[in-house]
Design a protein. Structure first.
Length: 414
């Protein structure tokens, strides 16, 4: 018969081996693949990946009992929640436990937060070097920021307190500025942060908005490490619109802040920045209006002075022109008078000549030269044919007349 042992004997033997070899806790470097909470206990799935690829080369379950979690929270603070999440690289002090029924398990007693922060800082430096090499760090900041930022695409969680504060401050600003805000919802915590923000960035059309705002509430350094991810930083850097961040940490600056056009500490600081931008524009427009008003007034005064000068010159020129034209008119009148006088004399002479001619043609003057008029019965005789022998005729001279009887008639042959 083959020699054998029972399963219980095997598990009991393994338990003794672990008890003898792992009496104290061990510090273990690992990555958290999964985390779930139940009744105050936290159940983790720990993994280790190959340095050359993402292939998992080791995997084990772990637990943080409620009592240990309370102690860790008192020691670390709320950052404990950021440490024990999927994707975190941690260094934990754990006791190796083997249960007859439930098998091998690690019971986590302590967490080295400095290890995680160190890993994050190392990754951060590597990402910054890569972004610098690819000339992406200052790319978005080279985009000219519009003077008026009113059409704003907001990437945030709709339930985040920072988003609500941001909206309230903008909508109820004391100056009454009108902002057109469009929310592109995305988770601001957890492994999905980078992917969801990048997805929303790809949906924002540059011709519809003046800028993009990425905001969230406050958080721990580890919690905000989601904003140190390379793909997210690159998406912000190459964005065609200026990106303004207000991620909510007063001390540290994330890589997302460093590649953004403008980085502000909190969502309310972003709201103040946008309001002050509009206020500055209003002041500039007011100053411009005042300058334009001064320029117009100066121009009006200058033109008024020029008009007065022109009016004076026109008046003088008109007077000179008037006097000159009057002088011309006087000259023309003298010329007309002279011309009329000459014409009158000429006509007078012509009339006198005609009068002399008329005098010469007067029958009395003709009769003085030896001519006479013969009449019969008071009718002038023009031809001997009108006279017969024995007719009584009267011969009229210039100084008298005689009556005679026709004794003879002699015709003159032509």
């Amino acid at each position: 018969m083959v020699e054998s042992i029972t399963l219980y004997e095997l598990t009991n033997y393994i338990k003794q081996v672990f008890a003898l070899n792992f009496q104290d806790g061990l510090w273990i470097r690992t990555e958290i693949a999964q985390c779930r909470q139940s009744k105050g206990h936290y159940y983790l799935e720990l993994i280790e990946k190959s340095e050359d690829s993402d292939q998992i080369i080791a995997q084990m379950s772990a637990v943080i009992w409620a009592g240990d979690f309370a102690s860790l929270k008192r020691k670390i603070g709320d950052q404990i929640y950021d440490l024990i999440k999927a994707g975190s690289e941690v260094q934990v002090m754990a006791e190796v436990s083997f249960h007859d029924r439930y098998g091998l398990k690690l019971m986590i007693r302590d967490i080295d937060i400095n290890y995680t922060l160190g890993k994050l800082e190392l990754q951060r430096r590597e990402i910054l070097q890569r972004l610098q090499k690819e000339n992406l760090l200052n790319l978005n900041s080279k985009i000219k920021l519009p003077t008026a930022l009113q059409r704003i695409a907001v990437i945030s969680s709709p339930t985040a307190a920072g988003y609500k504060d941001f909206m309230h401050q903008l909508v109820h600003n004391e100056y009454g500025y009108d902002f057109h805000l469009q929310l592109f919802p995305a988770r601001m915590q957890g492994q999905a942060v980078s992917r969801e923000i990048r997805d929303q960035l790809s949906k924002i059309h540059e011709d519809r908005y003046d800028c993009i705002v990425i905001i969230r509430g406050g958080g721990s350094r580890i919690d905000l490490s989601d904003f140190d991810e390379y793909d997210l930083a690159r998406s912000i850097a190459i964005c065609q619109l200026p990106v303004i961040t207000g991620i909510g940490h007063e001390i540290d600056t994330s890589i997302a802040d460093m590649v953004a056009h403008t980085a502000l500490k909190t969502p309310t600081a972003v709201a103040e920045f946008l309001i002050n931008r509009m206020l500055s524009l209003e002041h500039e427009l007011s100053d411009l209006a005042d300058r334009m008003k001064s320029i117009v007034i100066r121009k009006i005064n200058t033109e008024r002075m020029l008009l007065v000068q022109h009016e004076s010159r026109v008046s003088k020129l008109f007077y000179i022109f008037h006097q000159r034209e009057l002088a011309k008119l006087d000259t023309y009148l003298e010329r007309i008078k002279l011309h009329l006088k000459q014409l009158f004399e000429m006509k007078k002479q012509k009339i006198e000549a005609l009068s002399d001619q008329l005098k010469l043609l007067d029958y009395r003057e003709v009769m003085k030269r030896g001519y006479a008029i013969t009449t019969k019965d008071n009718t002038i005789i023009n031809s001997v044919k009108d006279i017969q022998l024995g007719d009584q005729v009267k011969i009229v001279y210039h100084d008298g007349n005689i009556s005679t009887e026709v004794k003879s008639i002699k015709n003159v042959k032509k």
